[in-house]
Design a protein around this ligand. Structure first.
Ligand code: NAD
Length: 509
């Protein structure tokens, strides 16, 4: 298996990651290991002097590459370069900004298959899921290009006043140099959701990818460098939490836009408090999937399977709490377990593969710990007997009759673990769904649109899907209530997140 993967890595390296420091000679290829520059400041790539990050292919548990990450000095240099580039980028006419964003979309699109391969290698995502990720990046850059082109929510606009003696207008200003910190589960996608609106707003950027999946961002930035942005507009420092902390503490960073765990989000808020630094936080979730008795059960099962097991359940939006109306609980559960048992782990490139690996051994053990806790609290209906093997795969796990007090019902597991329980009224379904620290998303399956609409109004979440898969359009906002975060990404709200507003009021005389 290892040998099968090597040629893909070499092509990805050649096409997307720049010349590896060790050179891709035959020997290096067979070792499938190369060290890559992990710092990009003012358009120049260099080996960071921080931690060397060993990037693992989670499908085989073997190293793919070493990325030479940065430290606080690199963060400082990157922030300074971004500040200098800001003078040019914030004044770049909107039509030119739109041209650059469209060019990024086109360039990513032109490298679609290589980028998807990279996602498969670095995340273990099945091919279909990796392709969705790349399509999402293209759509996001195109959407913010179109906002730039239209000028909506950008530039300066008049404000209607009740007194004719005065006139006012409002300017939407870029908030300055922004620090973007992203996780490993959808690396290119979470980056695009921040980077495209930040650039559209006129901000310049220091990007910090996850230490587990920096390859996607390295590739993305190398492509962006071909797209006509002023040098230093987008800078990158690879590294772990220490680099993220350095970003949050840097006086030159006006805003942190963070996606990741709720615990790290809280820590970033604390760091930001001292300087009243702006923050946007996209955090965890423990979302509900509500099956009403009149639903098309086969369709509901399909939607619930992808809601719980897409990306091996490593999704902030995983609908892992599945609430089923009493009268169909037994039948839905039977069909759900049958379908979950058909999911297949394996090579990302095999179209039969529907369940990729978890991201790391440590994460596998964490998820396995939750499964063991679940066995003491609820009825185990499927799986739960995985032992470590080559690659960090875990077969689907399904628990039934899960008490609302159980740890597996309340805490974000971030793995292929679904928890089922019944409810007897819509009021009870809404109450149980809302009984969570989080409030990111929910799904409702029913044939009764009116009933779904009433129920959706009761749910304390940022997005409700009714009889649809987890579609996220760039036009619709993304984010959550409660501990799922602060602010919204995507749509015009994603742009506003990178703006300050200035009003000028003058005498009309
Ligand atoms: P994480 O919080 O451990 O790390 C996320 C990023 O933050 C990484 O780049 C990490 O190096 C950095 N980081 C960690 N601690 C930091 C600190 N104190 N200061 C600054 N930077 C810090 O999360 P993860 O394990 O990479 O990702 C999984 C989590 O992300 C889950 O909780 C998931 O729900 C959440 N997530 C949320 C969304 C959303 O849109 N709401 C999307 C994807 C993932």
């Amino acid at each position: 298996m290892h040998n099968e993967v090597t040629p893909l890595l070499s092509r990805a390296l050649k096409d997307l990651l720049g010349a590896p420091r060790t050179g891709v000679d035959a020997e290096a290829e067979s070792a499938a290991l190369a060290s890559l520059a992990g710092v990009c400041v003012d358009g120049q790539w260099s080996d960071g002097t921080g931690r060397a990050l060993t990037v693992i292919n989670p499908a085989i548990g073997m190293p793919l590459a070493t990325v030479l990450g940065g430290e606080s000095g690199a963060v400082d240099a990157a922030a300074r370069a971004a500040a200098q580039a800001s003078e040019t980028w914030r004044r770049t006419p909107l039509a030119e900004r739109a041209d650059c964003l469209e060019k990024i979309a086109r360039t990513v699109d032109a490298h679609r298959s290589a980028l998807a391969e990279l996602q498969m290698l670095n995340n273990g995502k099945p091919m279909a899921e990796a392709e969705i990720d790349v399509g999402d990046v293209v759509a996001t850059f195109n959407y913010y290009a179109s906002l730039c082109r239209s000028g909506a929510g950008l530039g300066t606009a008049p404000v209607a006043l009740p007194d004719p003696a005065f006139q006012a207008d409002v300017s939407f200003e870029p908030c300055g140099v922004v620090g973007l910190i992203v996780p490993w589960n959808f690396p290119m996608v979470t980056t695009a959701w921040k980077l495209a609106p930040a650039l559209a707003a006129g901000c310049t950027v220091v990007l910090k990818p996850s230490d587990m999946t920096p390859l996607a961002e390295i590739a993305l930035l190398r492509l962006i460098q071909q797209c006509g942005l002023p040098t230093g507009t987008v800078n990158m420092v690879c590294g772990g939490a220490d680099v993220g902390v350095a970003l949050t503490q840097h006086a030159g960073i006006a805003k942190i836009s963070f996606t990741g765990s709720t615990a790290a989000g809280a820590s970033i808020m604390r760091a930001a408090a001292n300087r009243i630094q702006r923050v946007s936080l996209e955090l965890g979730g423990k979302s509900a999937f509500i099956v009403l008795a009149d639903a098309d059960l086969d369709e509901a099962v399909s939607l619930a399977i992808s809601g719980a097991f897409f990306n091996a359940g490593q999704m902030c939006s995983a609908t892992s709490r599945i609430l089923i109306e009493e009268s169909v609980y037994a039948e839905f559960t039977r069909r759900f377990v049958e379908r979950a048992a058909q999911l297949q782990t394996g090579d990302a490139r095999d179209p039969a593969t529907t369940l990729g690996p978890l991201i790391s051994q440590a994460h596998w053990e964490r998820v396995r710990g939750f499964v063991d806790l679940g066995k003491q609290a609820a009825e185990l209906l499927l799986g739960g007997d995985d032992t470590p093997r080559e690659g960090f795969f875990m077969n689907p796990v399904v628990f039934g009759d899960v008490p609302v007090s159980a740890t597996i019902w309340r805490e974000e597991i971030f793995g292929p673990v679904a928890c089922l329980r019944s409810f007897s009224s819509d009021e009870e379904a809404a109450r149980i769904a809302n009984d969570s620290d989080y409030g990111l998303v929910a799904t409702i399956a029913t044939r009764d649109t009116a009933r779904a609409n009433v129920l959706s109004e009761r749910l304390q979440v940022g997005t409700v899907w009714i009889n649809t898969p987890q579609l996220i359009f760039p036009q619709t906002g993304w984010g959550g209530f409660k501990k799922s975060g602060i602010g919204r990404e995507l749509g015009p709200w994603g742009l506003k997140a990178f703006q300050e507003i200035r009003h000028v009021v003058r005498s009309a005389a």
